[in-house]
Write a protein that binds this ligand. Structure first.
Ligand code: S3P
Length: 445
């Protein structure tokens, strides 16, 4: 139960060495954030929703199994999911503990759903998830009227929740978070009165977009801060058809590959470029990388583009501060690794949230870089990375964190002696095909 997936899969160790160049075209797997929501929101609708290009990875399969355990019928036909929504109050009390595996998004959004369901649910997760803070969700949901308990007074899994009648609240979330915002919006659907969430910088807005497409009216104010209001006791959500675009957080690894490996170029097809998600590409461009959005278009209410990237030898160090963080939160570890190759120093601050992701991502990057001979300075809320460093290579730890495993694999491609990644199987959490795709774009000879 607490070793989701890894036990079944067995541990793996990958060694990635220097390559001549990278060339080709890829459609990286579908967006993880939208895929989670493409199960959760249709489950709440009345009638059949259809999801094309659903991401099949560790985390999103956790969501799929979780909603099946809550009584939702989900079928797959020719790679397309059909979800029979049960309505806003139609879930069934699960017979056993829900295993949230490694997935913070499943846990936090589902707590929002369960807060108004009149039954008991217990939730737990793997060795990483049980260490992650949940008070940011359980506190406002308790204020709305849900009964929740768990370790550290409801801060850590295992958690038990008994839902009931909720009332809307006004909530200012000083650390912008799409998981918090989404959980409260989902709870607010069934609450009396208005639910209002305000955050200093707008976090990813996929939940808002889907809710609107499903007939919910939201009042959104964007200015100094971002505010979304929802009037509760919604009658019903309409079913929907969702076509999930490729994940920018996965595309980021191949953009980095093309930028770092001499003579490389790559095209990444069909990538989500929602401005709440594409901070990494924009910052990398500011650093001097040659990146272009081609054929910018709209798909299922989201902006999508093909991304062209090529070898960029003149990267410059950059400063990343608090307001930059939300739109590139999951790509910051990768940006730190790229910064080792830029001219001058890169300083990242205001990113303390990285310490409570699937691993402590600041510590993971700093320890691993040091163990392959790269100098870095750890800050409480970020790092300082000196540029133009030699990557000798050696052994690093994935810390069972998919994004750490993939990031150091990319660095391996420009290392002198290769980088060996311990426990690399964790890439299945967001990108099961990662090493096959890498193999595909490496030019032999
Ligand atoms: C996510 C939101 C982000 C992100 C996570 C996915 C989501 O977390 O880091 O990988 O799908 O809502 P926070 O909301 O905690 O910033």
């Amino acid at each position: 139960m607490h070793d989701y997936g890894y036990g079944k899969m067995g541990r793996m160790e990958k060694k990635i060495g220097k390559v001549k160049r990278i060339k080709g075209e890829l459609r990286v797997p579908s967006d993880k954030s939208i895929s989670h929501r493409a199960i959760i929101l249709p489950s709440l609708a009345e009638g059949k929703s259809v999801v094309k290009n659903f991401l099949k990875s560790g985390d999103t399969l956790t969501t799929l199994n979780c909603y099946k355990q809550l009584g939702v019928k989900i079928k797959e036909k020719d790679g397309i999911l059909e979800i029979e929504g049960v309505g806003l109050n139609g879930f069934k009390e699960p017979k056993d503990i829900l295993d949230m595996g490694n997935s913070g998004t499943t846990t936090r959004l589902t707590l929002g759903v369960l807060a108004s369901q009149n039954f008991f649910t217990a939730l737990t997760g793997d060795n990483s998830l049980i260490k992650r803070p949940m008070k940011r969700i359980t506190e406002p949901l308790s204020q709305m009227g849900a009964r929740i308990d768990g370790r550290e007074e409801g801060n850590k899994l295992p958690l038990a929740i008994r839902g009931g009648k909720l009332k809307g609240i006004k909530f200012f979330n000083k650390k912008s978070s799409a998981q918090v915002k989404s959980a409260l919006l989902l709870a607010g659907l069934n609450a009396d009165g208005e639910t209002e969430i305000e955050e200093p910088v707008k976090s990813r807005d996929h939940t808002e977009k889907l809710l609107k497409a499903m007939g919910v009216s939201l009042d959104i104010e964007e200015g100094e801060s971002y505010k979304v209001k929802l009037l509760g006791n919604i009658n019903k959500l309409e079913p929907i058809e969702i076509d999930v675009p490729a994940d920018p957080s996965s595309a980021a690894f191949f953009v980095a590959t093309a930028v770092l490996v001499p003579k490389s170029e790559i095209v990444l097809k069909d990538v989500l470029v929602n401005p709440t998600r594409d901070g990494f590409f924009k910052k990398l461009k500011e650093m001097g990388a040659e990146i272009e959005y081609i054929n910018l278009r709209e798909k299922a209410g989201e902006p999508v583009a093909d991304i062209y990237a090529k070898y960029s030898p003149n990267l410059k160090g950059i400063r990343i501060t608090k307001s930059d963080v939300p739109s590139m939160i999951d790509e910051l570890p990768l940006l730190m690794l790229i910064a080792t190759q830029a001219e001058g120093e890169t300083v990242i601050t205001g990113a303390e949230e990285l310490r409570v992701k699937e691993s402590d991502r600041i510590k993971a990057v700093v320890e691993n870089l040091r163990s392959i001979g790269v100098d870095t300075e750890e800050l409480p809320d970020g790092v300082i990375i000196k540029g133009k460093q030699r990557i000798k290579g050696g052994i690093v730890n994935s810390f069972d964190d998919h994004r750490i495993a993939m990031g150091f694999s990319i660095l391996g491609l420009i290392s002198e002696e290769g980088i060996q990644i311990k426990n690399s199987e964790c890439v299945f959490i967001s990108y099961p095909e990662f090493y096959d795709h890498l193999e595909k774009v490496i030019e032999k000879n």
